[in-house]
Ligand binder design. Sequence first.
Ligand SMILES: Cc1ncc(C[n+]2csc(CCOP(=O)(O)OP(=O)(O)O)c2C)c(N)n1
Ligand SMILES: [Mg+2]
Length: 801
Amino acid sequence: MSITKTIKAPKISVKEALNDYWIAVESREASLIGRKEVFMGKAKFGIFGDGKEIAQLAMAKAFRKGDFRSGYYRDQTFMFAIGELTVQQYFAQLYAHTDLEADPSSAGRSMNGHYSTRFLDEEGNFKDLTKLKNSSSDVSPTSAQMPRLLGLAYASKLFRNNPDLKRYNNLSVNGNEVAFGTIGNAATSEGIFLETINAAGVLQVPMLISIWDDEYGISVPKEYHTTKYSISKALAGFKRNKNEKGYEIFEVKGWDYLELCKIYQKAAKIAREEHVPVMVHVTEMTQPQGHSTSGSQERYKSKDRLMWEEEFDCIKKLKELILKEGLANLDELESIDKKARNSAKSARNNAWKAFEESIIEDQNEALRLINACIDEDHNLDKLTAIRDDLMKTLNPIRSDTIRAVKKVMRTLRGKTSPAVKKIKDWLPAINEANWDRFSSFLYSETQGSALNIAEIEPKYHNNSPVVDGREVLQACFDAMLARDPRIFTLGEDVGKIGDVNQGFAGLQKKYGKLRVMDTGIRESTIIGQGIGCAMRGLRPIAEIQYLDYLYFAIQTLVDDLATLHYRTKGGQKAPLIVRTRGHRLEGIWHSGSPMGMILNSLRGIYVLVPRNMTQAAGFYNTMLKSDDPALIIEPLNGYRLKERLPMNIGEFTVPLGVPAVVQEGEDVTIVTYGSMVRIVMDAVNQLREVGISCEVIDVQTLLPFDLNNTIVESLKKTNRIVFADEDVPGGASAFMMQKVIEDQKGYQFLDSQPVTISAKEHRPAYASDGDYFSKPNAEEVFDKVYALMSEFDPDRFREIY
Ligand SMILES: Cc1ncc(C[n+]2csc(CCOP(=O)(O)OP(=O)(O)O)c2C)c(N)n1
Ligand SMILES: [Mg+2]
């Protein structure tokens, strides 16, 4: 056998072909034993890449340093082939090994098959991404990888076309990178798939999307999924031609090694050089073990289909090809089979051993501590039973140890002795270690944390101009676009007219279309475009035109942006600023304040609710210095209100988690934010006329909320508190109440019941009266505060109604 011999077209050396064969066999073996691990109870769930190996080997050949992947759970072979995943790491993730060295993708936080590489160093700074093969971090919801894929590809377009970005040569080499996407055939039915495909076609970005088509989505066959049963046929209208831009679309069979290699070379070249999106529809793929460990495919696949899948197994076909081309004989291939399988097995063994050792360390320590208590003769029978149970646990996990130790401590309550003290001291230390394992890195924990950005106060001079609120923002945006070429903004109507409220008016003209850009109406991919660009070191501000339209993007925000830093344990970041305006305009779909939804689903993103445009500008300046993502909700009715323009408009910052006392008072504390501040202030002025003095606190940021517990200090003085919010009952008002009454232990200082003021249950009706009768108004605030005071001192505050 000659090493220099090559298969005809494309040129693949024998060595390369046999190496591919090795990777395929090892990867297949990993899938086969992975499934068994789950059935043996060593892992909870498994989803594997068997049947998809050969196409991924071909894709890996076209994937270069500096490129990016945004894919899904079937891509293990690709990850092995590019050298960014070892089989041992693959198993470590299956077992949920929480050490980063064991599972660099997710430190045990994601279920198996969720791949990522580490973009950031220990300080949270970008590595030289041009020298790495980069995989953005996978998520489970089908098609959720698509909006981000658009952004990863779009960043290359910016790097290529904006000369001011050339100096960031650790982030891109002239935009020569390709963003490779992968998706299952069934997932292409999702709206965000189609939204992304359209947007990438419009934007003409270097995106190469592969569809792994095995004709099924779990048990459901293609007839239920796709028009014409074929996504490439259905999307044929997206194809480019001589006169019109669009896609290059290829269709190729998933077992045809040579054709796959050829097509991926071609596809990547077009995407890389021409900046054109390319689609590779890989058909005739199989699923030898069915969808996942949660069911067997015999329930839904016919005998004929199963037979066909065996016949067209891609590894079997590669083997046939190698034999046919005389690249190796059967003995040689069987020797590879054996060695590659053994290699997978020993990787499994090593991963399991490392996982067990990491768990057993805590367990052994707990057993030592429990035994010490037993030696002291405390409640002997009970303690020995707990200890024996722990020792007997099959495949123990960390919670087994914690459960046992807590039972022991309950049994020993009230006792003091050296052994009891030791076990008591151990628990907080182990809790802290487990907090790090399971709960850390929701937000940045490095220097770039938004919480580390120091306050710089706005400066004014005697004749600082008084301008419309929108002009304050515009001046801020102008200053930031001037100072940093990485900053850009995108959104509906943001470009030419400078957004519907003209915060960016004139700035596209000044800075160009790459910095201030219009987009189609496509909220999910506006966010995805921002996420991908932020992940690649740019500083996007993605605009959602009105707060109510955040619903369209909520899935991308919740599942991708909010979890990114957490699910990679600090390995990737997307410091995206989502700009929107909300709370009060007109009618059901332009005046909502779905704050409960936001607060409950966007942990991982800071939520900033400025009461005016000066505070908003300060927040933009703060967040642009930080590594964290944020949602900034400007108060819709503030653009035409007058504000003084700070001299240091591009520099001053507003710190996060620091409420502002906007009115001092004695009788009642009113906690609120955003547009409600003005309504509350209106009420407070009326309350003053009847002799009630209110302290008004603008929380300014909901996430984080009052980091230094300042609100409870006000409550200590007034002993009465009202939470005013324009979300539905139980939304942000309930959130704020819990924070102050429970977390800040405000309940101790209450002389009256805590009160919430919120909107009606329904969304707001149209026009000014609709607003008045749907949302909280000044009279309602007056009445609720008055009622509190009246209950306390009925003689002084006589009943009104
Ligand atoms: C939004 C969403 N809906 C449902 C699921 C459950 N689910 C996981 S995989 C899958 C089928 C996906 O099929 P396909 O896209 O063809 O990929 P394949 O697994 O066949 O490679 C479904 C329905 C999910 N993960 N996300
Ligand atoms: Mg499928």
